[in-house]
Design a protein around this ligand. Structure first.
Ligand code: FE2
Length: 146
């Protein structure tokens, strides 16, 4: 759904791999949307993909937070707060999905949701993640060359 490009790189192998895994889950979600468009019920698959997305985003966000909340990494308390709030917003969005409404109109609901998730993730990576991880990477490089 979102093709990986160099611009998305945060110059950290683990973070890039995790972001790619998120894109792969969105691809899976988008294939479910396509099956719905063909007129097939996909309720069980939707429940499953929401479950996978929820688990994986929580894992990934905690991993990122483990890095940027480390005082040695120079991220201010204010920036930590803003970044964590963005993560929580996304986690809540997935957790609050109303499966009953989704079942009433799978086509509309699933398309709206997958587009929202893709746009949010792309923006998040390109702005706040990229800014922090680029600075972090530069800091590490400086430290190893000193
Ligand atoms: Fe993040």
């Amino acid at each position: 759904m979102i093709a990986w490009k160099k611009d998305y790189s945060c110059f950290n192998k683990d973070i890039d791999l995790q972001h790619q895994k998120l894109f792969a889950l969105l691809d899976e979600f988008y294939s479910i949307v396509n099956v719905i468009r063909e007129g097939h019920d996909q309720y069980d698959n939707l429940v499953q993909i929401f479950d996978e997305l929820s688990k994986y985003t929580i894992y990934h966000f905690r991993f990122e937070e483990g890095i940027f909340t480390n005082p040695e990494n120079g991220y201010s308390a204010e920036k930590i707060k803003v970044h964590k709030n963005q993560h929580q917003f996304f986690i809540d969005k997935i957790a609050e999905v109303d499966f009953a409404s989704m079942d009433d109109d799978q086509r509309y609901y699933a398309i709206e949701f997958v587009l929202f998730l893709a746009k949010w993730i792309e923006e998040h990576i390109l702005t706040i993640d990229k800014k922090f991880f680029t600075a972090w990477q530069e800091k590490q490089q400086k430290e190893t060359t000193v």
